[in-house]
Unconditional design. Structure first.
Length: 442
């Protein structure tokens, strides 16, 4: 089943850059050295997985790169030329000494771009083959995951073919007779193997990039469990794009399937919801997460509604956009079954009475769906009384204190319901009324 990840969720979680900011989850993990490696990483991050075995395999591969501090010394220009060489749409050079002599002479008399690409591409392949032989002989790959062993075995077999014995040393010389022979081999006999080699190295570039980030940022790898009811336990979670973030511990046990979140403005509710959402998304890439530990079921997708706006193009109000988003979520739950759902301030776009009634009905309905996990924040704390004591609902809140009439936040997740409202304190502290009164005086 394809992992559910829609445009609103991608926007809410800032997975990819929207052009207005250079910060994104993609940029957090991207330390690739080649364009192909970056594109491979982009494909992975655009397609989280619901396959338990696939996630475990990718996780073990990245762990292997991370644990062994493996770093591939690839050059972007090197692979750019190799790619251009592989895609060269002309017949290969003829594998005989006479053609080699006259083609080399013709190039010297009248330089030809295609011949230059062949020369330079093969020269880069020579340097690559020499590097890979040394690299593979130095790393300990007996304890590598099975798929990684297969890839390494393929590389070793391909670069060790007798026909490529001319690739010795690091000098920049390739005899013209060898050039014709190698071009024939690479672009005729072994073209599929060459393209596969390039694909594998791009994959290695992407996954070793994530491994280096895991070491640099002290990330931890998620543990996946197969359970009938979904579960999530996480320690010292923080948002990847925040500096000096206060970490959270969160235990979403099998019996609780809805987190009811309250707290005053600016206390940290939205950041917490984004952090939880990102932990689910990132773990379903098989990537390490910004936490000291995480155990999770495999979900079939994540749906977030954090920064929802009205739809002026369709003439939708903010409230109607919220209603259609809830309906969209309900249909996805019906289709995908096991989802992680986040709503930040459910039904903020309507009056308090309608928001209370609608929130109560929807949250109660969500709480009955045991196949999913829900995190719902609201400022209408009276909804908690309407829901009452429930075996399915976990009540959490963020707190604040007033110091010299100024709100101070500790950003710590606590158990219970907050009835604290600091909106008027913030308005008074900004002296908005005084400014407005001064207008009349002027």
């Amino acid at each position: 089943m394809q992992f559910e990840l829609d445009p609103q969720t991608i926007k809410d979680l800032e997975i990819f850059s929207d052009g207005r900011s250079t910060k994104s989850i993609f940029s957090f993990y991207n330390n690739t050295k080649t364009i192909g490696g970056r594109d491979y990483l982009m494909r992975i991050m655009s397609n989280p997985s619901t396959n338990f075995q696939e996630l475990c395999t990718r996780k073990r591969t990245i762990e292997y790169f991370s644990t062994n501090n493996i770093e591939f010394v690839f050059s972007e220009s090197q692979f750019d030329f190799i790619e251009r060489y592989c895609k060269l749409n002309i017949p290969s050079l003829k594998d005989n000494i006479i053609n080699a002599f006259f083609q080399d002479l013709s190039y010297k008399l009248k330089p030809n771009n295609d011949y230059y690409i062949i020369q330079t591409g093969i020269l880069h392949l020579k340097h690559l083959f020499v590097y890979l032989k040394g690299f593979i002989s130095e790393i300990e790959h007996n304890n590598a995951p099975a798929k990684l062993k297969e890839d390494i075995a393929f590389i070793l077999e391909f670069i060790s073919k007798r026909e490529f014995d001319v690739f010795t040393g690091n000098d920049d010389g390739i005899k013209k007779r060898q050039l014709n022979r190698l071009d024939y081999l690479f672009r005729n006999r072994y073209i599929n193997e060459l393209l596969n080699l390039v694909r594998i190295l791009y994959k290695f570039d992407a996954l070793s990039s994530v491994g280096r980030i895991a070491n640099k940022k002290n990330l931890s790898f998620p543990e996946f469990v197969e359970t009938s009811a979904p579960t999530l336990t996480i320690q010292n979670l923080y948002h990847p794009l925040l500096d000096n973030a206060v970490p959270y511990d969160f235990d979403f046990t099998k019996s609780k399937n809805l987190c009811f979140l309250t707290g005053p403005n600016m206390a940290g509710k939205s950041t917490f919801l984004k952090s939880i959402g990102l932990s689910i998304y990132i773990s379903h890439l098989g990537f390490p997460v910004t936490a000291s530990g995480m155990t999770t079921s495999v979900f079939n997708g994540i749906i977030t509604t954090i920064n929802l706006s009205d739809n002026m193009h369709k003439g939708y109000s903010h409230f109607y956009s919220e209603v259609t988003r809830v309906k969209h979520t309900a249909l996805k739950i019906k289709d995908k079954k096991r989802l992680f759902v986040i709503f930040d301030e459910l039904f903020r776009g309507t009056n308090v009475k309608d928001a209370f009634d609608a929130s109560s009905i929807i949250i109660k309905a969500f709480a009955e769906i045991k196949s999913c996990k829900f995190c719902i924040s609201t400022h209408i704390t009276e909804v908690a009384k309407e829901i009452g004591e429930s075996d399915s609902v976990a009540y959490n809140y963020f707190d604040s204190t007033l110091v010299n009439n100024v709100p101070v936040y500790d950003y710590l997740l606590k158990k219970g319901v907050s009835h604290e409202r600091l909106g008027m304190h913030i308005v008074r502290n900004e002296k908005i009324v005084e400014i407005l009164d001064s207008i009349n005086e002027d």
